[in-house]
Design a protein around this ligand. Structure first.
Ligand code: NAI
Ligand code: 15L
Length: 273
């Protein structure tokens, strides 16, 4: 298919940095945006999600938007309201006004973080995998903003025909660094494959998917992601021996380990600024 022009918001962040390196290999031309300057990218747009005029200009002429910008950890409701709730609304309004057809929204596992995780021995059978239509149970104001983002996406599809794939990302980092992450890890390569599928699948309406690799210890159902054409190629299992030796197995009696959202349900990491 012809190269698509895609606006990548949050391009200076951790995931944005991985994706701006990997997505061009899938044939996408990227336009970058962040509140902070993007290192080595003088053409990146420096703008706040609060700046409607800047957003409107940024989305003009793009085929799709990958929306990663925002507060990615827990913060006061006021901060979350501005960056994640109002900011995402501003972006969708700009997209609607400029006729952009599709958004890929970085939702999070923390929109459903208070869902009990499967217990017992992995691999978990299909019956115990968490489905995408499980009731949302945010574990933080941060998770609540992702839950709102999914509703906003559904609304813009129903009301305005603007499509979204909401990706409830697990943990997308170079390597898994905790035993919990063995279940929710998304390798950067699989992340790029999933975003590519979300950008190119036809007739997605509003589709919710979990974002992870095909981990042996997977907790959730990847079938809606696979239905987009996503074929994960990685599994966290090679990291299991070392991480379990260092940290021990997850303990079902430890509240930090009882739910999908892990320690976000008990003492979430706080956004630094
Ligand atoms: P990050 O914190 O490294 O990057 C977020 C970027 O958004 C930063 O560069 C920041 O400057 C920018 N930003 C914040 N407020 C902004 C505003 N008002 N206007 C414009 N830009 C703003 O986070 P990371 O890890 O790269 O995550 C990216 C997205 O994916 C976030 O929405 C996060 O919630 C979501 N996500 C990430 C996961 C992961 O494993 N990395 C897991 C689940 C969700
Ligand atoms: C998230 O939503 C965060 O943005 C990311 O930094 C990780 O903490 C991830 O969830 C996780 O659950 O590991």
């Amino acid at each position: 298919p012809a190269a698509r022009t895609v606006l990548l918001t949050g391009a200076a962040g951790g995931l944005g940095t991985l994706m701006r390196r990997l997505l061009p290999e899938h044939g996408h031309r990227l336009r970058l945006l962040d509140l902070l300057p993007v290192e080595g990218e003088p053409d990146a747009i420096t703008a706040d999600l609060a700046d409607r005029a800047a957003l409107r200009e940024a989305v003009r002429g793009v085929d799709a938007i990958i929306h990663l910008a925002g507060i990615s950890l827990e913060a006061s409701f006021d901060k979350i309201l501005k960056a994640n709730i109002e900011g995402t609304h501003h972006l969708y309004e700009a997209a609607r006004e400029e006729g952009v057809r599709r958004v890929v929204f970085a939702s999070s596992n923390h929109a459903v973080g208070f869902t009990p995780r499967p217990h017992g021995r992995a691999p978990f059978g299909e019956d115990s995998l968490i489905p995408v239509d499980t009731p949302r149970r945010p574990d933080t104001f941060y998770g609540l903003s992702k839950s709102f983002g999914e509703d906003l996406a559904q609304f813009y599809w129903d009301k305005h025909g603007l499509e979204t794939v909401s990706v409830r990302i697990g943990s997308c980092f170079a390597e898994p660094t905790s035993v919990r992450m063995l279940s929710v890890w998304m390798s950067p390569g699989d992340g790029a494959r999933l975003f590519h599928a979300a950008l190119t699948a036809e007739n997605v309406g509003h589709t919710v998917v979990y974002g992870s690799s095909a981990n042996t210890r997977l907790w959730w159902d990847l079938s809606t992601a696979r239905a987009l054409g996503y074929e994960p190629q990685d599994d966290s299992e090679p990291y299991a021996g070392k991480l379990i030796a260092e940290q021990g197995e997850l303990d079902p009696d430890n509240p930090d380990h009882a739910h999908l959202g892990g320690h976000f349900t008990t003492h979430p990491p706080i956004w630094p600024y």
